[in-house]
Design a protein around this ligand. Structure first.
Ligand code: DOR
Ligand code: ZN
Length: 348
């Protein structure tokens, strides 16, 4: 058994950093582990223009701890009205690496999202021409659809037709949660990939209700069945380069989670690589970790692989019950419970 694991420094291809005091509270966790992260644009108000994205990027850089080496890769939030000119500005900025499709109402701050992908023609044409990837929150928001079926129905009704209508468009199917999604990606044309979160690899939906309701395991897309979880693990076990790391770390204050109407989102940046190491080891696929965490995503985004390394130690540690989060607290994934791997250099 290896007790020490040296890994090409990883990147997080799906991250929520928030703004202001919340940004300052969470950014150091990511910057310590990851060299780069795709930063999601679902702020309130959302990052719908290049000017907003560039200003947000400056706020992120200003919030970095001294000496940190971390690059935020910005994204635009698509709306029914995103113009081709806006996509051209985004691409020309050199700071924007994808555009996010939130179906209207699908999740946190998705109210201004897209009501009908048919309205995205000008934006998608420009993105195809400029090779700017489309990042998709893949859930059908139709109130008739069972919440556990939203991802599978989205594939049939929206994503598969969209991928066919725009054959040159590169697409990341974000935070895949189901066997249907894994099968879609594996059978898809070139240029389609997916991110996978730690929570969807660690838990099935029983965990939400085990011995009582667990709001800190509530995220969107919601946890799925054990068969779905196994399908995600099988895709990673094959070393399929279309699946790569995206934590979807999504901090909300404890009060907003432990509420009569709790927010969706799981904070995992404090152990954003350690949890994956634990999962890969438990599956007996630790040699697959580096590709998933540090190579396939960079290759998809056509960015250089990082040249520096991190070291993980087989040394169990427990995250605290909460971290400070502006005026409130932030309950991390695995709060107070052991995590099998520790990052060398992480504060105890
Ligand atoms: O659980 C989630 N939280 N899913 C999302 O899609 C958004 C995220 C957030 O921003 O809180
Ligand atoms: Zn997300």
């Amino acid at each position: 058994m290896t007790d020490q694991l040296r890994l090409r420094r990883p990147d997080d291809w799906h991250l929520h950093l928030r703004d202001g005091a919340a940004l300052r509270a969470v950014l150091p966790f990511t910057a310590l582990r990851f060299a780069r992260a795709i930063v999601m644009p679902n702020l309130a108000p959302p990052i719908t223009t290049t000017a907003l994205a560039l200003a947000y990027r400056e706020r992120i850089l200003a919030a970095l701890p001294p000496g940190a080496s971390f690059q935020p890769l910005m994204t635009l939030y698509l709306t029914d009205h995103t113009s081709s000119a806006e996509i051209e500005r985004a691409h020309a900025s050199g700071a924007i690496f994808g555009c996010k499709l939130y179906p209207a109402g699908a999740t946190t701050h998705a109210e201004a999202g897209v009501t009908d992908v048919g309205r995205l023609g000008p934006a998608l044409a420009a993105m195809t021409a400029l090779d700017l990837p489309l990042l998709v929150h893949g859930e059908l928001t139709d109130g008739e659809v069972d919440v556990f079926e939203r991802e599978a129905r989205f594939i049939d009704r929206v994503l598969a037709p969209l991928a066919e209508r725009w054959p040159g468009l590169r697409i990341v199917f974000e935070h895949v949660t189901t066997r249907a999604a894994v099968e879609f990606v594996r059978a898809a044309r070139r240029g389609i990939a997916a991110t996978v979160t730690p929570q969807h690899l660690l838990h099935n939906r029983n965990a939400l209700f085990a011995g009582g309701l667990h709001p800190h395991l509530y995220c969107l897309p919601v946890l799925k069945t054990e068969a779905d979880r196994r399908a995600l693990l099988e895709a990673l076990a094959c070393g399929d380069a279309r699946f790569f790391l995206g934590t979807d770390s999504a901090p909300h204050a404890r009060a907003a989670k432990e509420s009569a109407c709790g927010c969706a989102g799981i904070f995992s940046a404090h152990a954003g690589i350690e949890l994956y190491a634990e999962i890969f080891e438990a599956e007996g696929i630790l040699p697959r970790l580096q590709g998933f965490a540090s190579e396939y995503g960079a290759d998809f985004y056509r960015l250089p692989r990082n040249q520096d390394e991190i070291t993980l130690l087989r040394e169990p540690w427990s995250p605290p019950a909460s971290y400070p989060f502006g005026d409130g607290q932030l309950v991390p994934l695995r709060a107070g419970e052991a995590i099998a791997w520790r990052l060398l250099g992480a504060p105890a």
